[in-house]
Design a protein around this ligand. Structure first.
Ligand SMILES: Nc1nc2c(ncn2[C@@H]2O[C@H](COP(=O)(O)OP(=O)(O)OP(=O)(O)O)[C@@H](O)[C@H]2O)c(=O)[nH]1
Ligand SMILES: [K+]
Ligand SMILES: [Mg+2]
Length: 361
């Protein structure tokens, strides 16, 4: 049996198993097996490429957004309208074979957008340079899932490919920690009621050969989410649904699509301003004002960071040596307990904070 066939066999077994308390732990074991096989598949696909032919994409700007979709949904047409890029457009599939970067300036932010080759079914397992495309997607800050009015049902395939590649869209990392221990078995503590029972948790960990660990659960999670925590190679990225080519259908027909999809025509430039605003909002930028020691803060030109950024992130942005040479920082603003609070690299900043960084000379 090939890995694909094994995965299929396990999926069939999960599908035909009645879901109830008595079978929960059997299903948990099957899911863990399947997750492991999918990881094998990804590894296999990567080694086949021999490590060559990967796209080298230099990140630039304040954040990176990728255009993800099936061939010919209009990704290249869109990047040409949103940025300074000139990516080839064609009425045939796989016009784009490379990653094409563009830069969009919006409000005070410089946003990098990457046009990608079309993703197809089986991409996560390496089809159509799928692995290379996926590794670019894994590194981005926001995914635009591009669909067109003719093939909206492709959404399920896109979601599955991203999922199989370890990309979790519009999810937070579960608030669960697993700490390996030398003995004592698997001990589960939880601060909330959990839907999966402790036996199932142990079974799933056992599938990954974890027989001694402290599992601390602070949020109710599914078996699949527990597997994600065990695997620890998942990325959590926000995504926005974009429906292109709306110029080709009438208003009545458009009502059939989900409300939260941004409906555009890249070619006719319909609704692109709404899309830009949505991109900006989803990236959750914050402004940080730098204040050199003993001097006034620069209130004219804030530094644009992503929400959740730490003092260390600001150091990295300023200079490659800043984190190494860092001594301490002082903060004024919403993140500070008091004006001028002394903080370390792990301190999380808020929008509007004023920051002084002190480094070794
Ligand atoms: N009517 C209409 N056609 C569009 C629109 N956007 C793109 N197209 C057409 O759709 C076809 C495919 O566009 P591309 O921009 O090459 O699509 P792509 O997603 O980059 O395709 P690949 O690179 O092959 O994956 C071209 O013929 C475009 O002119 C749109 O908003 N409306
Ligand atoms: K095309
Ligand atoms: Mg293209």
């Amino acid at each position: 049996m090939t890995i694909e066939e094994e995965i299929k066999a396990i999926q069939d077994e999960i599908d035909k198993t009645q879901k109830n308390k008595a079978t929960e732990h059997h299903i948990g074991r099957l899911k863990a097996k399947m997750a492991r096989l999918k990881d094998d598949l990804i590894k296999q696909a990567m080694s086949k490429g021999g490590g060559t032919g990967g796209y080298s994409v230099k990140k630039s700007g304040d954040a990176t957004v990728t255009l993800v979709g099936f061939p010919s949904v209009g990704k290249s047409t869109l990047i040409n309208k949103l940025t300074d890029a000139r990516s080839e457009v064609g009425a045939y599939e796989f016009t784009t074979l490379d990653v094409v970067p563009g830069s969009m300036e919006y409000r005070d932010a410089k946003i990098q957008i990457l046009d990608l080759p079309g993703l197809v079914k089986g991409a996560a397992a390496g089809k159509g340079r799928g692995r290379e495309v996926i590794s670019v997607i894994r590194g981005c800050d926001l995914i635009l899932m591009i669909l067109d009015v003719f093939n909206f049902d492709h959404i399920a395939v896109l979601e599955k490919e991203l999922y199989d590649a370890g990309i979790r869209i519009n999810q937070r990392k579960p608030d669960v920690t697993i700490t390996r221990t030398l003995k004592g078995g698997v001990v589960v503590t939880s601060t909330v009621d959990t839907t999966i029972d402790h036996e199932t948790i142990k079974t799933i960990l056992g599938e990954y050969k974890i027989h001694n660990a402290l599992v601390n659960i602070r949020e109710d999670i599914t078996a699949d989410q527990l597997i994600d925590v065990v695997r620890d190679n998942r990325v959590y990225i926000p995504a926005v649904l974009v429906l292109n080519k709306i110029d080709l259908v009438d208003k009545e027909h458009l009502k059939k699509f989900p409300k939260d999809a941004i409906k555009i025509s890249a070619d006719r430039e319909l609704n692109l301003d709404v899309l830009k605003e949505t991109i900006y909002d989803h990236l959750g930028f914050i402004n940080i004002y730098l204040k050199p020691q003993g001097d006034k803060a620069d209130l004219e030109e804030p530094m644009i960071m992503r929400g959740g950024a730490t003092v260390g992130d600001v150091c990295d942005r300023l200079h490659k040596d800043f984190r190494r040479k860092f001594r301490y920082a002082k903060v004024w603003g919403d993140s500070a307990k008091h004006a001028g609070q002394r903080v370390g690299v792990d301190h999380t900043l808020c929008d509007g904070d004023i920051l002084t960084i002190i480094i070794q000379k």
